[in-house]
Design a protein around this ligand. Structure first.
Ligand code: ADP
Length: 515
């Protein structure tokens, strides 16, 4: 076979020999490895290889020529590419495979191998030409890409699974809540509703989905104040809170509904959507009304006999004969004190029902505000040994207001400051004039009130947490104070921090001053 490499084939003339040498040189100049195998010889041995093949394989020509090219696979025989190659050679066809081959030093390289038959005039395969390229780098990149793709696919599958799970989870919440939920697009068209909505309003999804909110039912939500609030949600991000709608709804009759609406956003998706939660508060409101009625009737009914008892005790106190022992007198006095306490509680309950029905009456008269504050504080201080109340500043104003109601407010704030700061002696009352307002503030260093509770302490019957055992009360004092101050055109505010005490301040406008 050397003869082929040396160009000593049986070539007839000088020109042909020259052409042949040129051809061999050209083959050696190729960067692809090239081999020729002789199919007529036993085991189809390599009869020619170019220089690039020596470089790719790491073997010398004389180690290559005469052998079947399978030696390049070393022990790695179990490759499907090998059987492609074998079949193509057997059938005298061309084929292309990427086969794992090993250099002389054992290094793996991927060989991109083109095998083509060379046939004689009768069509019999006499040689195969193999063109080979080391594509290890490409293979490595392909492999890395495949691995990356697999990782990505795995991640996508996991993410899809977790999205599906969170969607199912959200759906189950949305379908379970006992509130009606509607999602609107920015044009206020209904995108979805939950089952509770359909059941509450006795409608089908067809009646609802894709419709304009304001066209639902008989236009129950077509209320200009609500429209205005809803329309400001997207541009301002201000939610609609506790909006009451009383309406004669189709299918379900007259109901009172409470609406809360928010802009919703989910990881950057659906950012311009509005979620409306609707709660039917008809029954709750009715129960509240009955409770108020009961309190109002009960306190009225209690007031009359109590006034009689109070009068009778006073008569008894006056009629006590001098020879009666001190214990009897002390018991009678204590009875009087407890009757007074009961009287005050009932008076508070009556105040609440009067406020509820708008029957609170103010008897405004001019009085010296600072003097009234001093007298009220002194009266409390006399009865309180546990705390020291200090008054700082003054307003120097005479105001026109319902003095007894203002005293009631001051008393309430003072007794709260004492009650809710059992371990801190100091209470400070500040008096000042701020612009055209008289200002009263009271600071204690007691238990304080957490922010979320501060919003509710002016509500009727609200008491913070679980304090009933330690601090008995009804949770109506601040409600009454707030209403009284509002009725005078002022405002009552709280500033507080849990564990760091509270400051309650009220203002009264001086435009009612006649001094
Ligand atoms: P009551 O004292 O009868 O509960 P109020 O309406 O006067 O009713 O007060 C409502 C709630 O506000 C109280 O239950 C208490 O939890 C809280 N509170 C009021 N004043 C203070 C204060 N000075 N310090 C801490 N908590 C207070």
């Amino acid at each position: 076979m050397d003869s082929l490499y040396n160009g000593s084939f049986n070539i007839s003339n000088e020109t042909s020999q020259e052409d042949f040498r040129l051809l061999l040189k050209a083959l050696d100049a190729s960067i692809s490895g090239i081999i020729l195998t002789d199919n007529r010889l036993q085991d189809n041995p390599i009869i020619y290889c170019n220089k690039a093949f020596e470089e790719i394989s790491g073997y010398d020509r004389n180690e290559i020529i005469g052998h079947n090219c399978r030696f390049l696979q070393k022990e790695d025989r179990d490759q499907k590419e090998r059987s492609f190659l074998r079949d193509a050679i057997r059938d005298g066809k061309s084929c292309v495979v990427d086969i794992r081959n090993y250099k002389k030093d054992g290094t793996l390289f991927y060989n991109e191998l083109y095998m083509s038959p060379i046939k004689d005039d009768e069509g019999k395969v006499i040689y195969f030409i193999g063109v080979q390229n080391d594509v290890t780098k490409r293979k490595k990149v392909e492999q890395e890409l495949r691995q990356q793709q697999e990782i990505m696919e795995k991640r996508v599958a996991e993410r899809t699974k977790s999205l599906k799970e969170s969607e199912d989870y959200l759906n189950s919440i949305v379908q379970t809540v006992r509130e009606s939920l509607i999602v609107l697009d920015p044009e206020f068209k209904v995108l979805s509703v939950n089952d509770h909505f359909l059941k509450t309003f006795k409608v089908t999804s067809e009646d609802t989905l894709g419709k304009l909110l304001y066209d639902l039912g008989n236009g129950q939500w077509d209320i200009s104040a609500l429209k205005e609030l809803l329309e400001s949600i997207l541009p301002t991000n201000n939610p609609v809170e506790e909006f009451e709608v009383e309406h004669d709804f189709p299918h379900i009759g007259k109901k009172l509904m409470l609406l809360n609406a928010h802009r919703i956003e989910l990881e950057g998706q659906y950012k311009d959507r509005i979620l409306i939660a609707i709660e039917d508060i008809t029954d709750r409101r009715e129960i509240e009304r009955r409770k108020d009625d009961f309190l109002s009737i009960a306190s009225h009914e209690l007031k009359t006999p109590l006034t009689t008892i109070k009068g009778l005790v006073q008569v008894m106190q006056r009629m006590v004969p001098p020879e009666v022992n001190d214990k009897f007198k002390a018991i009678l006095d204590k009875t009087g004190v407890y009757i007074n306490r009961l009287n005050n509680l009932i008076a508070e309950l009556l105040d609440v029902s009067r406020i509820q029905t708008g029957n609170i009456e103010l008897h405004k008269e001019e009085f010296d505000f600072d003097k009234t504050v001093h007298e009220t504080v002194e009266a409390i201080q006399v009865a309180t040994k546990s705390h020291e109340i200090q008054i700082v500043g003054n307003t120097n104003e005479r105001i026109k207001a319902d003095e007894s109601h203002i005293i009631q407010v001051i008393n309430n704030l003072l007794s709260n400051a004492i009650k809710y700061s059992p371990d801190h002696k100091a209470i400070i009352v500040y008096l000042s004039r701020v612009s055209d307002f008289a200002k009263f503030s009271i600071t204690d260093k007691g238990m304080g009130i957490k922010l979320e509770d501060q919003k509710k302490i002016f509500d009727r019957f609200f008491r913070v947490g679980d304090i009933q055992q330690r601090f008995p009360g009804m949770g109506i004092g601040l409600y009454i104070c707030d209403q009284i101050i509002k009725n005078h055109g002022g405002s009552l505010l709280v500033e507080s921090e849990t564990g760091n005490g509270s400051t309650f301040s009220f203002t009264l406008p001086l435009n009612i001053i006649t001094a």
